[in-house]
Design a protein around this ligand. Structure first.
Ligand code: MSK
Length: 653
């Protein structure tokens, strides 16, 4: 039997084992068995009567000290996760809004307004006058109004009106149209405290409202304002995998989620003085690459290479060739400080709200971003001489090309052309069955799924083989990128119909749409599909679905909940966050459908998720009356194994 070729990630894990370096996989194993109460959401420690546990099977307690039952435990937990996820994306958005105001006022000299068209669109959406006004004046008002969205005392979020009217009516009817973002987060914390809201259905409604404040508030503000300042993504060539780290260059990796300082570092790396300094220390130049969503942000806008996704962060340091890992916030593991100690790598934190013990700190300030960026790059250059050449180990030639940068504007433009940019061709191709539907795959990578489990790659390959177009964000996009799925040539892995569309339009079958906050692009895309007509009157009628096979972050729960509350059926892999509470589980996986036209599914067998998504979409097609049955390729075990064999070597193109 042909030996399976190892991926770059697997090669690095072997290397780390050889070096006796601890990884997240080791720490995960050390945690097993994980706490059963916690896993089932049956542990409450919201007050000091607890921690209280509920025994789901035996004769143990069925209530906490205060009398709260399993559904209340689980619903509170679910709401706190949704609220915390919303807080993360939204605090990121707030930073973007502050930067836009500072840029407009001339107080952030490293930044400028790059996308005036988008500025005008957002201004119009906010009801801001644009006629005969200066760009900076409009930008300042847009930034200020965006900041008001966090704490305004009255009204609902302004971006909600970008949704189809039918969807807005669902939110009104349920009373879940989000008000100010901070208000929804605060109220979520308030309601989940001891003696607060103790009706699991009511708590879940708030989880919908706070998550909608995330999708149509925090995420959308972050996406749109960053597009205004840094440019709206357009198809851009890039590379991916640890092979992007170069042994004869100074390597800098940016990691996290908020791209403000990373944008300044992109510019600093292009400074001729910096290149000269790099050459003076014996390097050929500087390679800037990224991890996680800061990587996604820079990749879709500038084609900056992506070193990897969430579970690769320690391995990046273990290449021994990274002079500086520069982190902002979210999904940055504390273990990086320990990993960096084994090498010469400088771990540099940049936000006062996210420090790591043992790391160096260079504070990001809007007005001095250029200086901070240059200082960091020079620190990396000076550190090159400390590199131990004996320790350098970069997995060979694993750098698949990517074409990334599929904002919804780009998709519209590519499908319809400059003079008639429209979703009409997409809708038509769905109606005629060439494309069966669209699946958004988003979210984290996790050691719980298995060591270097290529679950998103397998899912994306199965979907495109069956003519489903895939839109990817976050670390799911990172994993797909590492398999070379994001180039137009991948049309050969598609079914006949999707292949024809990809050939005609020149797009890859798996579209990289950006970071976690850019799931808001998916919300706009599906809204435009409804408005374009022919596929029903609401998002919930569209043949679309969402999936996250390896969820980890609370942000992933917020994203899943805003997709469902927006009408998109969503499947999460591995475990349900409310598994110990049967009524709560039924509410999310069944009854939400009656409430908002969509529901969750949780599936521990990751191999089943593709079929669940495709079945759902076919049902939607049936309901729309656009289905003439096409033969579906369902994978048996032997074919799956063949598919996995096919997937793995692709990372070594
Ligand atoms: S980085 S939230 S591991 S997608 Fe956005 Fe990846 Fe999940 Fe963090």
């Amino acid at each position: 039997m042909e030996e399976k070729k190892k991926t770059a990630d697997e090669i690095m894990l072997d290397r780390m084992k050889e070096m006796k370096m601890e990884t997240m996989y080791d720490r995960y194993q050390a945690q097993l068995p994980q706490c059963g109460y916690g896993s089932l959401a049956l542990c409450c420690r919201h007050c000091n009567y607890g921690p209280c546990n509920i025994d789901p099977f035996g004769k143990g307690p069925k209530k906490g000290v205060c009398g709260a039952d399993a559904n209340t435990f689980a619903a509170r937990h679910f709401l706190r996760m949704s609220g915390a996820g919303t807080a993360c994306h939204s605090d990121h958005a707030r930073a973007a809004a502050h930067l836009l105001v500072a840029t407009a006022r001339g107080e952030a000299p490293g930044y400028r307004i790059k996308d005036v068209e988008k500025l005008m669109m957002v201004a119009e959406c906010f009801g801001i006058k644009t006629k005969d006004r200066k760009i900076n004046e409009i930008a300042e008002e847009v930034g200020e109004m965006a900041l008001m969205e966090f704490g305004k005392p009255y009204g609902t979020l302004l971006f909600l009106k970008r949704a189809p009217e039918s969807r807005q009516k669902v939110w009104e009817k349920l009373g879940i149209a989000p008000r100010a973002i901070d208000r929804e987060v605060t109220e979520s914390l308030h309601r989940t405290g001891m003696g607060g809201d103790q009706d699991y259905r009511n708590l879940t409604l708030q989880a919908m409202r706070v998550a909608l404040a995330d999708g149509w508030g925090g995420c959308m503000i972050a996406t749109e304002l960053q597009d205004i300042m840094f440019g709206t993504p357009k198809p851009t060539a890039g590379r991916s995998n640890l092979g992007v780290i170069k042994k004869d260059h100074v390597n800098i990796i940016v990691h996290g989620h908020e791209p403000q300082l990373a944008e300044a570092i992109v510019l600093a790396c292009g400074d001729p003085e910096v290149t000269k300094a790099a050459q003076a220390v014996g390097a050929k130049g500087i390679v800037l690459s990224g991890l996680c969503c800061t990587a996604n942000e820079l990749l879709v806008r500038h084609g900056i290479p992506m070193a990897g996704h969430m579970t690769i962060q320690e391995a990046a340091i273990a290449t021994g060739a990274v002079e500086a890992m520069v982190v902002d916030i979210q999904c940055v593991m504390q273990s990086l400080a320990e990993a960096a100690k084994s090498f010469h790598t400088k771990l540099i934190t940049t936000l006062s709200k996210a420090k790591i013990f043992g790391a160096e700190h260079v504070e990001f300030e809007e007005e001095h971003a250029t200086e901070a960026a240059k200082k960091i790059v020079m620190m990396a250059v000076a550190n090159y001489k400390n590199r131990d050449k004996e320790k350098v180990f970069i997995p060979a030639s694993a750098e698949p090309n990517i074409v990334a940068g599929f904002s919804h504007e780009t998709i519209k433009y590519m499908l319809g052309g400059r003079y008639r940019a429209s979703y009409r061709p997409l809708n038509d191709n769905i109606i005629n069955g060439r494309i069966r539907g669209v699946v958004g795959i988003a979210g984290c990578t996790s050691p719980k799924a298995g060591v270097c489990e290529p679950s998103y790659i397998n899912l994306a390959r199965e979907l495109i083989a069956n003519n489903f177009l895939v839109v990817a964000t976050g670390c799911a996009a990172g994993q797909c990128a590492s398999d070379g799925l994001m180039v137009p040539e991948m049309k050969d892995a598609c079914g006949q119909g999707l292949r024809e569309v990809c050939e005609a339009v020149g797009i890859p079958p798996v579209l990289h749409s950006g970071a976690c906050v850019d799931n808001s692009r998916i919300l706009i895309a599906v809204s435009e599909m409804v408005k374009e007509g022919g596929l029903g009157n609401d998002i919930s009628e569209l043949p679309v679905a969402g999936a996250c096979t390896e969820w980890m972050s609370e942000k992933a729960i917020a994203i899943g909940q805003f997709l469902v509350a927006s009408g998109i059926y969503t499947v999460f892999g591995m475990n349900s966050p409310v598994a110990g509470a049967p009524d709560m589980q039924r509410l999310l996986t069944k009854e939400m459908e009656e409430m908002c036209g969509a529901r969750w599914d949780f599936e521990s067998d990751l191999k089943k998720i593709g079929k669940m998504l495709m079945d759902h979409i076919e049902k939607k097609r049936d309901a729309l009356g656009i289905n003439e049955k096409k033969e579906r390729k369902l994978y048996d075990m032997a074919e799956r194994r063949a598919l996995e064999r096919e997937c793995k070597p692709a990372a070594h193109h």
